[in-house]
Structures are given as structure tokens and as C-alpha cells.
Write a protein that binds this ligand. Sequence first.
Ligand SMILES: NC(=O)c1ccc[n+]([C@@H]2O[C@H](COP(=O)([O-])OP(=O)(O)OC[C@H]3O[C@@H](n4cnc5c(N)ncnc54)[C@H](O)[C@@H]3O)[C@@H](O)[C@H]2O)c1
Length: 289
Amino acid sequence: MTPYRFAGRTAVLTGAASGIGEQLAYGLAQRGSHLVLIDVAPLDAVAARIREAHPALQVETVQADLSDRAEVTAVADRVLSAHPTLGLLINNAGIALGGRFDQMTVDEFETVMNVNFRAPMLLTHALLPALTATPGGHLVNVSSLFGLIALYGQSAYSASKFALRGLSQVLRAELAENGVGVTTVHPGGIRTSIATSARMGSKVPADQIAPQLRSFDALLTFPAEKAAAQILDAVTRRRARLLIASSAKLPDLLARLAPVGHTKLIALVTAAVNSRSRPSTASPNPVAD
Ligand SMILES: NC(=O)c1ccc[n+]([C@@H]2O[C@H](COP(=O)([O-])OP(=O)(O)OC[C@H]3O[C@@H](n4cnc5c(N)ncnc54)[C@H](O)[C@@H]3O)[C@@H](O)[C@H]2O)c1
């Protein structure tokens, strides 16, 4: 497959208002892509910055809640009718949910599945005709380290990210026939607001919420801008799989060396890192990403 060409083509990007998605939006614009930016949060500031720096690019914003099936379908219809041909779709929007499985409601679990898995599935399915309209398109699904390993306290998040990884890997095989590449991304701890905006299961005891969120946040150290640059480089090179930061690469290696035993080891190391960085906030059930 030839390297992906960004300039002059349209990219659809979810979760563009902050974190990795915001940096992806800037990186795509720098590479000359027209943009359709989607987020539940306002996108005005990101779009204004791009329009100012790149006045020749078309930048469209869509504010929508991707946890809502009807909203996802409406967004997809709108994008498809305006853009019968697309170069790139990046399913990046995601949310985290802390707490044990018994400490969350089924509705809370489902919301994570809906944002992290169902929305990418629906958007990809609806936009496939535009992505395959001309050869050379590309699809990116942002899974997680927790799409590779499954640790205590990550039931909904891991379930959603494993599901996305599975879909993404199948699509890589299937879409090759149409000349469309697929990259599955597994970030480790990236410095974004995912921890501060993370939800907690409604039955997590109140005194555990702040320490767990702080422990989670302490593990997010890799710059979002660098993560975005690596993702766009992987798109250029049509890479199947991208692990970002040693916080993803080392656990992945451990999981392959010790398919069962790695979970305890990683939980111990995570707890040790947490207690070193913030002695008062160490949690027995680290929520880490
Ligand atoms: N930061 C990390 O350490 C890390 C690690 C592994 C995977 N990831 C994944 O990377 C992706 C980007 O996360 P981030 O770290 O940049 O976090 P972030 O919170 O900074 O960005 C996520 C974006 O998704 C948007 N979003 C959330 N719910 C939405 C909804 N219902 N509808 C539409 N948009 C919604 C948010 O408004 C936000 O702009 C996510 O899929 C996340 O799971 C992040």
C-alpha cells in the first residue's frame, strides 16, 4: 500500500476538543488535511486556532454526544452527504470509568461501551462508502494499553478497548481489498485530561474517588503532542499497530512473556510507582492507563 497522503484530503476526527485528539487536529492541519472535527465538548477554540494558522483549509465542527446512538447516526449522515469521499477516519473519542465491576451500574458500563466501542463501530460502518470511494483511504482506532491487558478496576474500559481492537484488526484484513489501511493505536499513559474527566462507578465509596483519580493522573506522563505525531506517522506508513510510550510497550511485553502472571506484576509495579510519586494517594486498586 502506498504511503497515506494527507494534503488536500478530508479527515474525520472524533474527540478533537482536547488531549490526543486536539493535537491530532493540529497535526492533520499542518499536513494539509481538511477537517471534520467531532466532540461532545465545544470545538470553537480548536477550530479557530486551525483556521488562523491554515486559512486555506476547510474546518467543520460537529458538537455531538457519541454515547447516543441517534446522534452518532445523525452525525454520520451529515458527514456522508457533505463528503462522499473521505481520506481518513480517526475514532479517538473515549472515556474512562473507575471502580470495580460491582461498584458500577450496568448503565454506567454501557455508556463506556457506547462511546469507546459502539460509536467507532457505527461511524466506521456508516462512513465506509466514503472511505472506500477512492483507493488510499485510512482508518485509525484509538484503543489503549487496556485493549492489550486487563487489570483490576478496568472492566468497562478494558471491555470497550478489547472490543475496538478486535474490530479494528478484522477491518485491517477486510479493507485491504479496498486499498484502505487500518491502524490500531494502544497508548500508554499520555498526559491529557482523561483522568480528570474520568467517571467513577456510582457505588465506589466517596473517600476512594479522589485518591483513585489522582493515582490514575500520576501515571499519565507522555506528551499528547508526541503521541499525536506518532499516530500520524503510523498512518503515513500504514502501520497495523502502534504502541505509544514505554508504559504501553513494557506491559505488552510482559503480557506476552507471562500471559497469566503479568496482571499481578503490573498491578504491583503500578502501585509502587504511585506510592513513589504521591505517597499519600497510593491505592490498592490503581486505575491506570
Ligand atoms: N491519555 C491516556 O493515557 C490514554 C491511554 C490509552 C488510551 N487513551 C485513549 O485515547 C483517546 C483520547 O483520550 P485523551 O487521553 O486525549 O482524553 P481527553 O479526555 O483529553 O479527550 C477525549 C475527548 O473525547 C471527547 N468525548 C468524551 N466523551 C464523548 C462523547 N460522548 N461524545 C463525543 N466526544 C466525547 C472529550 O470531550 C474529549 O475531547 C481515548 O479513546 C482514550 O481512551 C488515552
